[in-house]
Design a protein around this ligand. Structure first.
Ligand SMILES: Nc1ncnc2c1ncn2[C@@H]1O[C@H](COP(=O)(O)OP(=O)(O)OP(=O)(O)O)[C@@H](O)[C@H]1O
Ligand SMILES: [Mg+2]
Length: 204
C-alpha cells in the first residue's frame, strides 16, 4: 500500500543551545503545526493559538482542516496530557489533514524504555500518515528509544554532558569530536537514511 511518509527529526542539545529556535525556523513554511508546549513558549509566538483544555484541543483538531498553529499548554499531569495530545494529533493527521507535530522536552514525558502509549503509536504509525514529527530533548539518554530508533534525521546541538555526546555519537555516525566541539547555535545535521552529516549554524 502506498503511504505518504512523514519525517521524524530528533533534536538534541543543552539548554539555550538552539533547539526551539531551529524548529521554529523549520516549521515557518508549514501549513498545519501543533506543539506540546509545557513551557508556554510557542503560544507566545505571533499567529499561534493557545489551547489549554482537552475539549478545546479535540474540538479544534477534529474540525479544522485549514492552516493551523496550535500550542497545547496543559494543566494537570504532564505525561497524561501529552498522551492525550498525541492521540488527537494522530487522529487529525490521519482523518483531517497532514500536519507537523512538535514534541518539546521529551525526557519530561517519556523514559528510556519503549515509547509509552499514544506517543509510541504516533511514532510507529504517524509517519506513514504523512505526519512530520519534531522530537526535542536536552537529554536523549533519558528520553525514549523508539524515537531515536525511528528517526529519519538528527539535529545535534551543543550537549551538556559527555554521556550525551557518547550516546548520540553511538546512535548516529557522527564522530564524538564533531558533537563535542559545538558552540551554542551551532549544530550537526545527520541524515539517517543517507548516513551523512553536515554542519550548520542558526542565524536570526
Ligand atoms: N528570534 C530570535 N532572535 C534572536 N535570538 C534568539 C531568537 N530565538 C532564540 N534566540 C536565542 O537563541 C538561543 C537558543 O534559544 P532556544 O530557545 O532555541 O534554546 P533551546 O535549546 O530550545 O533551550 P531549552 O532547552 O532551554 O528550551 C537563546 O540564547 C535565545 O535567546
Ligand atoms: Mg527550547
Amino acid at each position: 500500500m502506498k503511504t505518504q511518509d512523514g519525517r521524524l527529526v530528533v533534536i538534541a542539545g543543552a539548554s539555550r543551545s538552539g533547539k526551539t529556535a531551529y524548529v521554529r525556523q523549520q516549521v515557518a513554511g508549514a501549513v498545519r503545526v501543533v506543539a506540546h508546549d509545557p513551557e508556554d513558549q510557542w503560544s507566545q509566538v505571533k499567529g499561534w493559538q493557545r489551547v489549554t483544555s482537552r475539549a478545546q484541543l479535540l474540538g479544534t483538531l477534529q474540525r479544522d482542516q485549514g492552516p493551523l498553529r496550535l500550542a497545547y499548554v496543559s494543566g494537570g499531569n504532564l505525561g497524561d496530557e501529552f498522551g492525550f495530545l498525541c492521540g488527537c494529533v494522530q487522529y487529525a493527521g490521519r482523518f483531517v489533514a497532514p500536519l507537523d507535530f512538535i514534541a518539546e522536552e521529551l525526557s519530561d514525558v517519556t523514559t528510556p524504555a519503549k515509547a509509552p502509549g499514544n506517543w509510541g503509536l504516533l511514532l510507529r504509525r504517524g509517519l506513514k500518515r504523512g505526519i512530520n514529527i519534531w522530537a526535542i530533548s536536552q537529554r536523549w539518554a533519558e528520553a525514549d528509544k523508539t524515537a531515536v530508533g525511528n528517526a529519519s534525521e538528527f539535529v545535534l546541538f551543543r550537549q551538556s554532558s559527555g554521556d550525551d555526546v557518547v550516546y548520540l555519537s553511538k546512535k548516529t555516525r557522527v564522530p564524538a569530536v564533531e558533537i563535542d566541539g559545538l558552540k551554542p547555535l551551532e549544530f550537526v545535521r545527520y541524515d539517517a537514511y543517507k548516513q551523512t552529516f553536515e554542519r550548520g549554524k542558526l542565524t536570526f
